[in-house]
Design a protein around this ligand. Structure first.
Ligand SMILES: [Mg+2]
Length: 264
């Protein structure tokens, strides 16, 4: 029988992986993913980490399963080829080019915004290869206040999005996020959103935790309250267990539910 789920897109830190757990990704989840991969399901790790940081974390977690795709910095796609990963050049180059055009428009206005923040908050602000504005706020309350102001300052640029994860944030082009990157992986595999499960725990997961991009939505118990509310409002599964334990429960919940429906 054909499986109802053909793509599983999971955030990494706090969703399938926890530094405090041994193993860092629960064996129950690794085993379930291995079984599903045997049946043709693709596993996408969809993270804010950059490529090198994710590969290092995957190595040190000593997984018995390998993701089929990596989405890094919430937007760039890499596909597994044997032991390594190849960049999906067409998407990644379009993404970089659109970001560069947008960031060139943003940069002249950044200084005033950064001055405003520095006058009011103790926060670390820097630029990196992925964004001309990166924030590490001292507290989540500070991040709320800073990002409210930044959003106001760039209100006239709807193509600019602020991607937040806890006290951290950076800019992106609104067309590129975990949701649109996941949909591109689905398009490459000719899979519709009706066969996609997405799981995440924080703000930067919200774009993929959407019925626009995935039919089955999962949040582990440790997800922030905004994510749990957003997932449950859309008929998703909010687990009472944390991290990967919660994800495997969500996966089984939807597999059982849909299998039962098919049996009827
Ligand atoms: Mg996370």
């Amino acid at each position: 029988m054909e499986l109802p789920i053909k793509i599983i897109s999971t955030d990494f830190d706090g969703t399938v992986h926890s530094d405090g757990e041994h193993p860092r990704v629960p064996l129950s989840l690794q085993n379930r993913i291995a079984e599903l991969q045997e049946r043709g399901v693709k596993w996408v790790v969809n993270t804010g980490r950059d490529f090198n940081s994710l590969v290092a974390a995957l190595d040190s977690a000593r997984l018995k399963v390998a993701p089929d795709y990596l989405v890094v910095v919430e937007r760039e796609i890499h596909v597994r080829d044997g032991q390594g990963y190849d960049a999906c050049l067409a998407w990644n180059e379009r993404c970089r080019s659109d970001q560069a055009i947008l960031f060139a428009k943003v940069e002249p206005r950044l200084e005033a915004v950064v001055d405003w923040i520095n006058e009011r908050y103790q926060a670390v602000i820097y630029a990196d290869d992925y964004s001309p504005f990166c924030l590490a706020a001292a507290t989540n309350g500070d991040a709320d206040g800073i990002l409210r102001h930044v959003g106001e300052a760039f209100r006239d640029m709807p193509e600019l999005s602020i991607v937040r994860n806890d006290v951290y944030a950076r800019f992106s082009h609104a067309a590129y996020n975990k949701g649109t990157a996941m949909s591109e992986v689905a398009r490459l595999n000719q899979v519709s959103r009706n066969h996609i499960l997405a799981a995440g725990d924080h703000y930067n997961d919200l774009p993929m935790l959407s019925l626009d991009h995935a039919r089955y939505l999962v949040a582990p118990a440790n997800a922030i309250s905004e994510v749990k509310a957003w997932v449950s409002r859309q008929g998703g599964y909010v687990s009472l267990d944390p991290y990967g334990h919660g994800v495997v429960q969500g996966l089984d919940h939807f597999l059982d539910q849909t299998t039962a429906k098919v049996a009827i």
